[in-house]
Design a protein around this ligand. Structure first.
Ligand code: FES
Length: 308
């Protein structure tokens, strides 16, 4: 019996029962890397399964061993060990040239590449420190950096506690994501709780420290949305190299900037609101315009008006 299999961006080809994907791919003329000759030792033949994972043979002992060593994500398989048991399989080669070999297999950075780009549902969280420029203008550089460090430590502690991760630090804001291992509803609620905790901890930090020693009150605005995004590692060598991209990310950033025009420090999308365990009965609903989207976008005002 034979099945059809697609090597994305290259070609579709036939694979017969008992043939490995590597054998069929080479027969089809694809220059598929296989440095160890198909013995499950090099990992250069690895592929990302984009569709039809259930139509593949289960990983054998040799593949499981290498997978454990290299910490592959679940959607990566060794073409030299994997067979096809039904049609509708779509895969993608990872190693296509020498630079890929260096990046994923032999290079110093290869141990950092545990993910190759997943599409997943995540909660997207943008926080901006409001009116930070007047604080910078009025204070010594040491004080500014000191306060930014205090704030970043606070944000990081709360976000990590709620199973999120900060993807980007700007001087006056952060971008964090939630939902690495949890279902989206749980991730959304974690992100929402993290937002509430950050805002209340910020009030305490103002009262006990910033207002006391610097005669200033720091306020923050938060935007929270969720959706299907592309997540993966893009840079190498640095630790903080996880990137999450997609239209929902732009929406979340736009929600954060709408905190100013709506005068409310915590704005969530209607999509997020529908998943919240705590649905405030008196929450105000508003519509905002998103760049490039003709329909108004419905949001909920979950926070408080700004003091200044
Ligand atoms: S060819 Fe070396 S692991 Fe598959």
């Amino acid at each position: 019996m034979s099945f059809k299999i697609e090597m994305i961006n290259e070609k579709s080809f036939e694979i017969v029962e008992d043939q490995t994907i590597l054998q069929a791919s080479l027969e089809a003329g694809i220059p598929h890397y296989h440095a160890c000759g198909g013995k499950a030792r090099c990992s250069t033949c690895r592929v990302v399964v984009q569709e039809g994972a259930e139509n593949l043979s289960s990983p054998n002992k040799a593949e499981l061993k290498l997978r454990e060593q290299k910490k592959f994500p679940d959607n990566v398989r060794l073409a030299c060990q994997t067979k096809v048991i039904s049609s509708n399989v779509k895969i993608q080669r990872i190693i296509k040239d020498e630079a890929d070999l260096d990046l994923y297999v032999y290079g110093k950075s290869s141990e950092n590449i545990q993910t190759v780009g997943d599409e997943k549902s995540m909660a997207l969280f943008f926080l901006d420190i409001r009116d930070f420029t007047p604080f910078i203008e009025k204070h010594l550089p040491f004080d500014v950096i000191h306060i930014v460090r205090r704030l970043n430590i606070l944000f990081n502690e709360v976000i990590t506690l709620h199973k999120g991760k900060i993807i980007e630090y700007a001087g006056d804001g952060i971008y964090a994501v939630f939902g690495f291992d949890e279902p989206i509803r749980e991730a959304v609620n974690n992100a929402y709780e993290a937002g509430k905790q950050i805002l209340s901890s910020l009030n305490k930090l103002n009262d006990n420290y910033i207002t006391k020693y610097f005669d200033y009150k720091i306020e923050a605005g938060i935007g929270l949305h969720a959706g299907r995004v592309i997540a993966g590692k893009t840079r190498v060598k640095e630790n903080n190299n996880y990137t999450v991209m997609g239209f929902p990310v732009n929406v979340a950033a736009r929600l954060e900037s709408s905190t100013k025009e709506l005068n409310n420090n915590f704005i969530v999308s209607e999509y997020v609101y529908a998943m919240l365990a705590e649905q405030k009965s008196v929450t105000e609903q508003k519509q905002i315009n998103l760049k490039g989207v003709s329909e108004p976008f419905v949001v909920r005002l979950m926070g408080k008006p700004f003091a200044n």
